[in-house]
Design a protein around this ligand. Structure first.
Ligand code: COA
Length: 321
């Protein structure tokens, strides 16, 4: 099972009632309801594309039929695939979505590994000065991380480093499927490459958990464009290290895995997941998808009313999103 990295730039979204209707009718009912409650059109579109990428992955890469695929959410909101009875051995795959600014990204892996992905827009639009903003965020990063962030020569380079670290933390938190409330000071990154680029995938970042290097984690980082950076964090099922000081975080990971699985428990059988090759139009490891590619794969789950479509068409677009 190859790993997938997909990215969609939401500027490519063509806003029409027809497109929204097609998308709405291709996702699960509870997601139709969730998306209909969004205040702004653009945040609804980003979240919708995320749902479609999850389904596209299940249908295109795991050979599940679009209309049979069923996703659940953990109590922390992490989507997971509810495996149909007939697909038993393929359940050691994992996928995750992120959306922010102009991008929606999806990353998946196999072999029982857990994966988290995060995209961040590097910007500062707050009313406060950058030092004041950093002061408010002090508790999110370790002293070692702050020393790297503050070594930037100006506000913009410091912000780029800040968001890079943020992205990495979110990716780890998302791989573990935990949410707000986790003590982020327990996770400390060592970034070897000073900056990220659009041309290459940076893979030399490492992490310490509770002050102990944990080289079971693999990271991929890149810039999607000059304003957005992305990070993928992956923790394999069987790491090289066995260290009792890592037990707390691994225990969280195991707990999350077993809680996801317990929702899907239905025995053991044998179905091989299909291989899914990456396309050629890549941006730093992410295959760039067009709107047509996404729309052409949709399958109708249930028809939606014109009323719901009009509700979306009447929503405002948020200028700052
Ligand atoms: C849940 C959480 C991880 C989502 O992160 P986010 O940056 O707001 O959102 P992203 O765009 O990256 O990801 C959203 C998608 O991730 C998935 N997701 C939702 N909850 C998730 C969870 N607990 N774990 C993993 N993935 C989750 C969903 O697909 C979601 O899409 P949806 O909102 O359209 O359903 C985040 O809200 C959170 O709890 N963060 C806590 C960590 C923190 O404080 N970080 C600061 C870093 S310095």
């Amino acid at each position: 099972m190859s790993s997938i990295r997909w990215a969609f730039n939401t500027r490519l979204w063509v806003n029409s009632a027809e497109n929204w209707k097609m998308c709405l009718s291709s996702i699960q009912k509870e997601e139709v309801e969730r998306l209909s409650e969004f205040v702004f059109q653009n945040s609804a579109v980003s979240s919708m594309i995320g749902r479609l990428l999850l389904r596209r992955w299940a249908s295109k890469c795991l050979s599940l039929s679009w209309t049979d695929v069923q996703f659940g959410r953990t109590d922390k909101g992490r989507p997971y695939l509810v495996w149909p009875q007939c697909y038993k051995h393929s359940r050691d795959v994992d996928g995750n979505v992120s959306h922010q600014g102009d991008w929606v990204v999806f990353a998946s892996c196999g072999d029982g590994a857990k994966i988290g992905v995060d995209v961040m827009k590097v910007e500062y639009a707050g009313g406060k000065s950058v030092p004041e903003f950093f002061r408010l965020m002090k508790r999110q990063f370790t002293a070692q991380e702050w020393s790297v962030i503050m070594s930037g020569h100006n506000d913009m380079t410091q912000l780029a480093s800040f968001y890079r670290h943020w992205c990495l933390k979110e990716a780890v938190v998302k791989a573990l499927g935990i949410g707000i409330g986790y003590d982020l000071q327990r996770i400390s990154f060592q970034v070897a490459s000073e900056t990220l680029s659009e041309a290459t995938v940076t893979r030399d970042t490492t992490v310490e958990i509770d002050g102990v290097p944990d080289n079971r984690w693999c990271f991929e980082e890149c810039k999607l464009d000059d304003q957005h950076s992305a990070a993928v964090a992956c923790i394999p099922a069987s790491g090289k290290r066995e260290d009792s000081s890592l037990v707390t975080l691994s225990a969280v990971s195991n707990l999350v895995q077993s809680s996801n699985l317990s929702s899907n428990e239905d025995g053991v059988g044998a179905t091989q997941a299909a291989d899914c090759s990456m396309g050629v139009d890549k941006c730093c490891g992410f295959e760039l998808l067009s709107l047509d590619e996404i729309l052409s794969d949709l399958g109708e789950l249930s028809p939606v009313t014109d009323e719901l479509v009009q509700l979306f068409m009447k929503k405002e677009r948020a200028a700052w999103l």
